[in-house]
Design a protein around this ligand. Structure first.
Ligand code: ATP
Ligand code: MG
Length: 541
């Protein structure tokens, strides 16, 4: 069956399509928990959970509907009402999904806290959000500082023998099972916040973004046309539902009645390969870090594995053209680079469901329903191939976020005629967006403005290299020099002359002024919990 053309779908798209798919109308109040699980056939599978050490379970929509009702009753019994914050410091386990849905049913705001955090990072988010309840898991309980536990009621998922719960805590399952299975979901306005999402902290301290209840509307065209999610898909989003992309994939899929595979273990490359084939995954939503990791296993190993994915989606960082070529070669599938951020949702992408030309290295085209541009500092739209800020025109219907939590000043600065968040790109004459780098990551060397992405992608073509990060290093003469940090492939041993080869490669492919003046081989790159390279930490080394 031939795919509809991108241009046609972009032109014809109306937000009523998204509302209709969710069973919403333009004006009535809604409830996210109800929309995501209650309205589907109760026997249909919603969640395939794959635990560590061989554990696993299957939850139907009916199971999640009942359990989230019970959990909403737990929250109500502890005084949680509309607009209150409930934090989740939880791994990828079914309880995470149940707690989120229950929080929304109670009309409260979910605050995801990544499990990679400890100490002050947890305390900051609990304090800053004013969370009244903090849900966690016994394995993580000891990392919660006393101050954070003092601010919020802690609800802990106990170990299988019932231990691991502090004496002041509520134990998740006994508390949940003690409550009634019936709960009348709160009726919320679409412009009420549903999630308080802290940004990844790639460029500095994280910011709390208020995600609207309407986010489900805003991500519909992405799920439908970019991910191309179908009712019979075996869908595996590797991301944690505790960060933006994971949350969108889990909730966006279940809202459309499609089951999600959720794995507790970290998505390391070997594990990904085996799960993709063992489960016959047809639709894979992941990050460039995961795809580069799989690529580093080598063409033979990856090509041999019996993987049959139809769609591969990549969000969170630029996807190097080399990675796209690799998966075309080994699996005959084109990984689709898609762009998203806490503030704007997912408004740019390459589309599995639409007829379009993929230009490897490009983030693609504007998602139907959105208006995007590249603008200068003054907010004026720029012409083809001019570099400026990626900008989203706020939408009256398809909006995703509502500004920063208790930070009206930053909100005013960011949410203007166009929303810009420090991402630089150019748009070619065909309308494709090409990521240049974050404004903070741009290197200013001897009068040139240099984006790290193109250099990193070129370095990645060297057969010894698994990963690369390029930053500006202060230099008395040039202001900054280009410095490259590289991680070698697992099988490669460092040898003399490698640095020179890398410099030569960039000089030949891109030009003398872009060639790194320094190359340093490192064991790993500093990354956020979600796998994003933190170039600001490399700059301050
Ligand atoms: P912080 O704002 O705290 O520095 P962050 O911007 O990484 O962290 P998120 O909102 O989680 O926090 O991530 C969104 C950012 O990730 C985007 O603004 C962009 O810089 C980057 N990004 C996401 N997808 C892509 C992509 N396909 N290509 C290039 N960059 C991307
Ligand atoms: Mg950001």
């Amino acid at each position: 069956m031939s795919k509809p053309s991108y241009a046609e779908v972009y032109r014809a798209f109306r937000w009523t399509e998204a509302l209709g798919a969710l069973g919403w109308d333009a004006t009535s109040d809604v409830n996210l928990g109800h929309t995501i699980v209650d309205r589907h056939p109760p026997d249909r599978v919603a969640l395939h959970w794959i635990g560590k050490a061989g554990a696993g379970a299957r939850y139907s929509f009916g199971d999640l509907a009942r359990l989230s009702n019970r959990f909403a009753n737990v929250l109500r019994a502890h005084g949680i009402s509309r607009g209150d914050r409930v934090a989740g410091y939880l791994p990828r386990i079914p309880e995470t999904v149940i707690a989120m849905l229950g929080t929304w049913k109670a009309g409260a705001i979910w605050v995801p806290v990544f499990t990679g955090f400890s100490g002050e990072a947890i305390e900051f988010r609990v304090r800053h959000s004013g969370a009244k309840v903090l849900c966690t898991h016994w394995e993580y309980r000891a990392r919660i500082p006393r101050a954070a536990a003092g601010r919020a009621k802690v609800v802990t998922v106990a170990a299988s023998d019932g231990t691991g719960v502090d004496h002041d805590d509520l134990s998740f399952w006994p508390a949940t099972n003690a409550q009634a299975e019936i709960f009348v979901p709160a009726r919320c306005r679409r412009e009420e916040p549903a999630v308080l999402l802290y940004t990844s902290g790639s460029t500095g301290p994280p910011k709390g973004v208020k995600i609207a209840t309407n986010f489900l509307v805003a991500v519909y065209p992405y799920m439908r046309y970019a991910v191309d999610l179908r009712p019979d898909d075996v869908f595996w989003p590797t991301g944690d539902p505790g960060w933006g992309y994971g949350l969108v994939c889990y909730m966006g899929a279940m809202a459309l009645g499609v089951a999600v595979i959720s794995q507790e273990a970290q998505p390391v490359p070997e594990f990904c390969l085996s799960l993709l084939s063992a489960r016959d995954v047809s639709n894979f939503a992941t990050t460039p870090t995961v795809l580069r990791g799989i690529m580093a296993l080598g063409q033979d190993a990856v090509g041999r594995s019996p993987v049959r994915v139809r769609c591969v989606n990549s969000v969170g960082e630029p996807l190097n053209a080399e990675v796209v070529h690799f998966f075309r070669r080994v699996w005959d599938v084109t990984p689709m680079d898609q762009y998203g951020a806490s503030e704007v949702g997912l408004p740019i992408g390459n589309f599995n469901a639409l007829d379009m030309v993929v230009k490897p290295g490009s983030m693609g085209l504007v998602v139907p329903g959105f208006e995007m541009a590249v603008v200068d500092e003054a907010g004026t739209a720029l012409g083809p191939d001019e570099v400026g800020h990626v900008a989203l025109r706020p939408s009256a219907e398809g909006y995703y976020s509502l500004g920063y939590w208790e930070d009206p000043e930053r909100t005013r600065e960011t949410y203007r005629t166009w929303i810009t968040i420090g991402d630089l790109a150019r748009r070619d004459a065909d309308g494709y967006f090409w990521f240049e780098g974050r404004a903070d990551d741009v290197i200013k060397s001897a009068g040139y403005r240099i984006g790290p992405f193109e250099i990193e992608s070129t370095i990645l073509r060297h057969p010894a290299v698994a990963e690369a990060a390029v930053v500006g290093k202060p230099d008395p003469l040039r202001g900054q020099i280009v410095k490259a940090y590289v991680v070698l492939r697992p099988s490669v041993v460092p040898r003399s002359g490698l640095e020179e080869e890398i410099v030569d490669l960039v000089r030949t492919e891109l030009g003398r002024h872009l060639a790194p003046r320094e190359v340093e081989v490192v064991d790993q790159l500093p990354k956020t919990e979600t796998g994003k390279i933190q170039r600001f930490l490399l700059r301050t080394r």
